[in-house]
Design a protein around this ligand. Structure first.
Ligand code: ATP
Ligand code: MG
Ligand code: FE
Length: 342
């Protein structure tokens, strides 16, 4: 089926087209620059920007795919989790297209879409697979017995998400928002063993699949402040590399352990932080050592986009899952085990 996907859960207006598991187009507009001076995404600004970008982005997606709107067989849209006002813009657009084209509408889970996008590059996901979902708002270990119907959360962050930690540490280091890409770049010149930052929740009695990044974030801030108070220069590259190493170490250690414990030999990474070069390299290394098949989407598809939503929509159509009600609503805190709304 030819599926048109809409993503507006945060600051990216994404519209993508997928035929089966083939990526046809992935048009993206972002309001990231408008949020930069606030150091985080401002919901009202994001909603307004989605509204302005929506129609041109749909037209670009159709043109890049070389298809007409009338060829579309189904529409998929992020129904949650995310910013309510932002989600509503995508939902309104998706409903309008589904209604006008008289095709089924699927209101889907943004997090499951972050996992589904990998199928566009590496073929159908093995089931069960383990998924490590790491983004700006979420950090979870998921057992995926059936991507169209059943996703189970094994663990999650008890405080900050991994991406949030990147964003906050970047701020401390005077790097731009969002912090992931500049930290990734700065870390290339740094020594990951320069500073021993804490690995949260890795003690023998800690929850094996939960994460905690707020202690790490605070440790980095304290370390930097101590340097500044002493009037010494802050070695930005070393701090970035050491912080990034701590995050990648904990994430990969726990993901591999979850695979081993559950007897699952496929791991897929998803979400914006999965674009991180050190996380990708360390996951590769540790999965190879543990005999786990690792799948990671290319960095561009790890961060929010419309193709990931279309990919999940396509999977739902293929699985014969019933479409959502035409009046499906936004759910800002949609639980991860709800793949699609009824
Ligand atoms: P969610 O998916 O939880 O709703 P989101 O939609 O805001 O959150 P994504 O686009 O999936 O998030 O991810 C954005 C996050 O990914 C930001 O926190 C950003 O700093 C982080 N990120 C992007 N690229 C990298 C990178 N190379 N290294 C580390 N983090 C990165
Ligand atoms: Mg974003
Ligand atoms: Fe996301």
């Amino acid at each position: 089926p030819l599926v048109l996907g809409f993503e507006t859960s945060c600051d990216e207006t994404g519209v993508g087209l997928v035929r089966g598991r083939t990526l046809l187009s992935d048009a993206l507009a972002t309001s990231v620059a408008e949020h930069e001076r606030f150091g985080g995404v401002v919901p009202e600004i994001a909603s307004r920007a989605h509204l302005e970008a929506m129609v041109p982005t749909v037209h670009r997606a159709l043109a890049e795919a070389g298809v007409r709107a009338a060829d579309v067989d189904a529409v998929a849209v992020t129904a949650g989790p995310g910013l309510t006002g932002a989600l509503l813009v995508g939902l309104a657009a998706a409903k309008a297209y589904a209604l006008a084209l008289d095709v089924p509408l699927y209101g889907v889970n943004h997090l499951a879409a972050h996992v589904a996008v990998d199928e566009l590059q590496h073929g159908r996901l093995a089931e069960p697979s383990m998924a490590l979902l790491v983004s700006g708002g979420h950090s979870s270990l998921l057992l995926v017995p059936d991507l169209a119907r059943e996703v189970r959360s094994l663990g999650r962050t008890i405080d900050d998400a991994a991406g949030e930690a990147f964003d906050k540490v970047a701020r401390v280091l005077g790097l731009p928002f969002p912090g992931g890409p500049p930290i990734d770049r700065a870390a290339r010149e740094g020594d990951p063993a320069a500073i021993e930052f804490p690995r949260g929740l890795t003690g023998p009695r800690d929850a094996p699949y939960d994460f905690s990044f707020s202690g790490l974030k605070t440790a980095v801030a304290r370390w930097v402040e101590a340097r500044q108070r002493a009037g010494e220069p802050v070695p930005v590259a070393d701090v970035a590399a050491s912080f990034q190493e701590a995050v990648a170490d904990v994430l990969t250690r726990k993901a591999v352990r979850a695979c081993r414990d559950a007897g699952v030999d496929h791991l897929v990474l998803g979400g914006g932080v999965a674009a991180n070069s050190r996380l990708r390299a360390l996951a590769e290394e540790r999965c190879a050592a543990a005999g786990i098949v690792l799948r990671v989407p290319s960095p561009r598809l790890c961060t929010d986009n419309g193709a990931m939503v279309a990919a999940l929509g396509s999977r739902l159509v293929e699985a014969g899952v019933a479409p959502s009600a035409p009046d499906v609503g936004a759910d800002s805190s949609l639980p991860i085990d709800v793949v699609a709304l009824s």
